[in-house]
Design a protein around this ligand. Sequence first.
Ligand SMILES: CC(C)(COP(=O)(O)OP(=O)(O)OC[C@H]1O[C@@H](n2cnc3c(N)ncnc32)[C@H](O)[C@@H]1OP(=O)(O)O)[C@@H](O)C(=O)NCCC(=O)NCCS
Length: 328
Amino acid sequence: MYSVGISGVGSYVPEKIVTNDDLSKIVDTSDEWIRTRTGICERRIAEKDIATSDLCTEAVKKAIRDANISPEDIDLILVATVTPDMAFPSTACIVQKNIGANNASAFDISVGCSGFLYGLAIGSNFIATGAYDTVLVVGAEILSRILDWKDRNTCVLFGDGAGACVLQRCESGKGILSYDLGADGANGHFLTQPAGGSLNPASIETVNKRLHYVHMDGREVFKFAVRSMEKASKRALEKANIPLEAIDYLIPHQANIRIIESAAKRLKIKRDKVYVNLDRYGNISSASIPIALDEAFHKGYIKKDDIVLFVAFGAGLTWASVLLKWNK
Ligand SMILES: CC(C)(COP(=O)(O)OP(=O)(O)OC[C@H]1O[C@@H](n2cnc3c(N)ncnc32)[C@H](O)[C@@H]1OP(=O)(O)O)[C@@H](O)C(=O)NCCC(=O)NCCS
């Protein structure tokens, strides 16, 4: 098996900023409530004529440049998203066309906010076995399109954006050391977009009942998040035989500062070793970790040979962690 590392990273967020005060004009909420309960101050929202594939394409161009490869080098494109351009073709195929990755196969991954880390695990296995040399993993969302802007419980939490990584072989013993993926389908009903699929196809009734929007039991998801982030992190460490104290940097899914702080506390990781950008972006589901990684790496917070842990939870319900020895 070959060692597999991240050779390029890039991200893109829309320019339009929507603040908590802006939201307080639409729903019964306040900047104070949102900040104290979530840590979010503002989020980016895509313009009407922009699709998820457009955000992917911008992030991917940067990741390709960062890895110093050309689109023809890419063997596989994986796009993790719950807000694809449409049910089919996949957003990954649209990105393939947009960037001219003519030698790539392509498919989408639907794992909610854990999707990007599932993508890293899937993509790295293709390279580790020698099947492929170069895999592009993208996490991208336009969650603003599936939010109920009349529901204060959900509309204040999310935002839009995209992040991308190029995976390639790396020096032996570096790159991805281990991962832990999991699912708890029995509790999937806590976070859903109920209509628009084969169970509840789009109809006047589903639209009137607002079933095409995000429905969430926030308290249940909160409890699941804290538990699963600790468990997934410890499992990845055990698999790589690396102690907790060896972690140099934690990049968690950016959903709620209280979830992040509680996970960091359980893992005994100091606050200055944890990257947080949810104050500026809110929760961008599968895009949150690659965007945070892009910022953390390019700001110099992550250095060569650092032990870096990514951990996420999301719809499904699902969880995922990936442990790396940073090789770039
Ligand atoms: C959603 C979340 C922020 C709510 O925070 P909380 O402290 O659990 O708040 P509660 O659910 O206890 O609600 C407290 C009150 O605030 C109200 N509230 C909810 N959203 C509000 C808002 N935007 N502004 C003002 N009040 C709000 C609720 O209606 C509730 O009022 P009630 O007690 O009169 O019913 C929190 O549970 C959370 O972050 N959960 C995880 C969600 C998540 O990560 N989802 C994405 C998964 S990838």
